[in-house]
Design a protein around this ligand. Structure first.
Ligand SMILES: CCC/C=C/C(=O)SCCNC(=O)CCNC(=O)[C@H](O)C(C)(C)COP(=O)([O-])OP(=O)([O-])OC[C@H]1O[C@@H](n2cnc3c(N)ncnc32)[C@H](O)[C@@H]1OP(=O)([O-])[O-]
Ligand SMILES: Cc1cc2nc3c(=O)[nH]c(=O)nc-3n(C[C@H](O)[C@H](O)[C@H](O)COP(=O)(O)OP(=O)(O)OC[C@H]3O[C@@H](n4cnc5c(N)ncnc54)[C@H](O)[C@@H]3O)c2cc1C
Length: 664
């Protein structure tokens, strides 16, 4: 980072070891060094430049993405990068592309749902990119309701093949990324039919395009679904439409880990639960939680640096105006988002651990933890993506007018990020899954079944229903046990109240539908409790580095107490805290903001983002915002000529007309 550092005075205030925090943020020294190396590699390669992307038309934009993806693959091979390094490199290229689906869903689907034989056949081809895969589940008529998919896969015992068919317009596959123009293959989800009987939705490996000339296989209609929200943004991706007219594939191209179809067309169940067909979604939801912290940290980094650069009002005797970061209102909007970035980072780390644990247990035929894994991945995916999308927009507002400029990087970040609230499961639909899990847990309490994992607190429900918070001073809110108890009591009481209301209905499904909005609130409370508790767990670890733990403590309590403030109605109505205690929590929150303030710039520096990755004039490391913003404006194509195109046709005649009217 060369040149004058306009934020040096801010960096000088830092009270902790930023390099140590960088390692905490990355997860380990290994992860830090690796991601740092890959970020710099991408930033220094002119082929990965991002400037001007938002001004490209769709065709140029898409071709540009293809070029970058091909260049990335070339570099991966030339440098003999490991799978982990290659993943980081693709991440820092920072452009949604078909490779996301190939590596992020196609490969994991084969790994998770394919038999050993199928993995041996298909994975080497995919690893060498001799085939390019997509994940074709959603249809024009159905996305959330996976059991409602209409595409059929009918077994033909005469030829030992499946016939894949789209019987209706609404059965057209719609949305899969990479499908529109690139993928040669896809995992296609279809209703399995053998001997005239239906056996639910399963995945099939289907070739879509010729490996010689890229033409669609006869009987396949395929294309892009059109422009999406925002300039540049997700339009680098070819989300596609696909229909099948009786396409035949060999029997061994059905992913058969969960269910096998024999040569005679008989279905043989393995000991693996049916839900494993949804396993790829569980895997991806888990990665989305970690990605949420990355996207949120980007927006917060931009808004924090710019808030320290930007000055408004408060000048006395011609002195400097006040930095907007010093306004309490700015702090109360910005610092909870900074705290959320760290909170999501740690819950993402924990979720990755949980997922690895589940995968190992599944291999040992232990499926007991699957419901918990589903509820946690679904709930945390929903919570973190909703919060992150809202936070990016809040960061735009925190940057005032300049935040609305594409040069701030925030509009494109928002446009790329916001579909995360929908893909991999609509966020409300996922919270309803969590609610089912919670209601089931509560209903089993009477039978003596002890809840475990993230619902263990429900085992203490009687205590939690009666507990009263014993906070007397603002400092009492800095005790982990006090904060945890308040969140557990709120969630337990909300769950029990919903369960009691549900029990009033004769038909539980009617009750679930009627009370679904309330149930979603209970799911949110439960998921927020998970995030708070995993942050508190993190603080108990031995974290090296001067002052690092202190900063993390401040962030943890900001995260928790800000939620308490925001959802005060829940906390008060369930009776665990009093209005006076809530007011003390607010006092503590203000004090924490003051403590974070001198460290704010260093806390976003700890994300270790290059200027290339941030892609924001407002978020530049050196804080040299105004000259660069000025420079950037002149790059706009409208400024290529002083007098604009269209002047002679439209402006000049109008002016003359006005002149004539004025003379009249
Ligand atoms: C980069 C961007 C790329 C984007 C890609 C995409 O978007 S790809 C497209 C992404 N598309 C989507 O994300 C679509 C979202 N939709 C869905 O995932 C499903 O349709 C559903 C879960 C909403 C309902 O499913 P359903 O009607 O089949 O089920 P049900 O509600 O009747 O529950 C039956 C039982 O199964 C359990 N269970 C359910 N899921 C899981 C799981 N994953 N694991 C384990 N268990 C699971 C559930 O708890 C219940 O257990 P119980 O109570 O019997 O013990
Ligand atoms: C950018 C992007 C990329 C995608 N990539 C892929 C991909 O690669 N592969 C793929 O297969 N799919 C992909 N998808 C599709 C995505 O997975 C679906 O859009 C998603 O699962 C939501 O389903 P839906 O569109 O059917 O929404 P809908 O279910 O139609 O949702 C519409 C509204 O109805 C509500 N709703 C629906 N069901 C219920 C219910 N039971 N109770 C209460 N409310 C309900 C929702 O909350 C929402 O408000 C992608 C989507 C996007 C936007």
């Amino acid at each position: 980072m060369k040149g004058v550092d306009h934020l040096a005075h801010e960096r000088n205030k830092t009270e902790f070891d930023v390099d140590a925090m960088k390692i905490v943020w990355a997860g380990s020294r290994h992860a830090f060094e690796l991601s740092d190396r890959m970020a710099r590699l991408v930033a220094s390669d002119p082929a990965f430049q991002k400037d001007g992307r938002i001004r490209l038309g769709r065709k140029e934009l898409f071709k540009n993405t293809l070029r970058k993806a091909a260049h990335a693959w070339k570099r991966i091979l030339e440098l003999h990068l490991t799978e982990e390094e290659a993943g980081w490199l693709r991440n820092f290229v920072d452009e949604p592309s078909f490779t996301d689906l190939h590596w992020g869903m196609f490969v994991p689907a084969i790994k998770g749902q394919g038999t050993d034989e199928q993995q041996q056949k298909w994975l080497p081809l995919a690893y060498k990119m001799q085939i390019i895969g997509s994940y074709a589940q959603t249809e024009l008529g159905h996305g959330s309701n996976v059991q409602g998919l209409e595409t059929t896969a009918t077994f033909d015992p005469e030829t030992d093949e499946f016939v894949i068919h789209s019987p209706t317009l609404t059965s057209s596959k719609w949305w899969p990324g990479g499908l529109g123009k690139v993928s040669t293959h896809a995992i296609v989800y279809a209703r399995l039919i053998t001997n005239g009987q239906e056996h639910g939705v399963h995945g099939f490996i289907v070739q879509l395009r010729s490996l010689d000339d890229h033409m669609p296989i006869p009987g396949i209609t395929i294309g892009d679904i059109g422009m999406k929200f925002g300039n540049g943004a997700y339009n680098t991706m070819d989300n596609g439409v696909l229909t099948f007219d009786h396409i035949r594939i060999p029997r061994n191209q059905m992913l058969m880990r969960v269910l096998q179809v024999t040569r005679e067309g008989k279905c043989v169940k393995s000991n693996v639960p049916r839900q494993l067909i949804y396993g790829t979604m569980v895997f991806v939801r888990q990665t989305i939680v970690a990605d949420a912290s990355t996207a949120l940290a980007r927006a917060v980094c931009i808004a924090t640096r710019y808030s320290a650069v930007r000055r408004q009002f408060g000048s006395q005797d011609g002195g400097m105006e006040t930095q907007v970061i010093d306004y309490k209102t700015q702090q109360s909007r910005l610092f909870p988002l900074l705290a959320s970035a760290y909170a999501f980072r740690f819950v993402g780390e924990w979720l990755k651990w949980l997922y690895t644990d589940v995968t190992q247990r599944l291999q040992a035929n232990d499926f007991s933890i699957l419901p918990e894994a589903h509820a946690c991945t679904a709930g945390l995916k929903s919570l973190t993506t909703t919060a992150t999308a809202d936070a990016i927009e809040e960061c735009r507002k925190l940057c005032g007018g300049h935040g609305y400029l594409c040069a701030s990087g925030l509009p494109e970040l928002f446009a790329v990020y916001v579909p995360a609230c929908t893909y991999e499961g609509d966020n409300v639909v996922l919270l309803l899954q969590v609610a089912r899990f919670l209601m089931k847990t509560v209903s089993q309490l009477g039978s003596g079944k002890k809840p475990v994992g993230t619902t263990a607190y429900l085992g203490r429900v009687q205590d939690l229903l009666q507990c009263c918070c014993d906070v007397q001073t603002a400092e009492d809110w800095l005790k982990p046990s006090v904060v945890l108890e308040a969140f557990e009591a709120r969630s337990a009481r909300m769950c029990v109240a919903r369960a009691q209301n549900l029990s009033k209905f004769e038909n539980p499904e009617d009750g679930f539908a009627e009370l679904s909005a309330d149930l979603v609130e209970a799911s949110v409370a439960h998921c927020q409790l998970i995030v708070v508790s995993k942050f508190i767990d993190k603080l108990q670890q031995d974290i090296p580095g001067k002052g690092v733990n202190r900063q993390l403590q401040n962030l943890c309590y900001i995260y928790a107490l800000n939620l308490l403030h925001k959802y005060l109605g829940d906390f008060l109505s369930t009776g665990c805290i009093t209005p006076k205690q809530a007011s003390l929590a607010n006092d503590q929150l203000r004090s924490l903001y003051s403590q974070i303030r001198p460290n704010a710039i260093a806390l976003v520096d700890a994300f270790n983002y290059t200027d290339h990755y941030l892609g924001s004039v407002l978020g530049r490391y050196d804080g040299n915002v105004y000259p660069k913003l000025y420079e950037e404006a002149w790059k706009d194509p409208l400024n290529d000529s002083v007098v604009p195109d269209g002047y002679h046709e439209y402006i000049h005649p109008m002016l003359k007309q006005q002149l004539r009217n004025a003379r009249l």
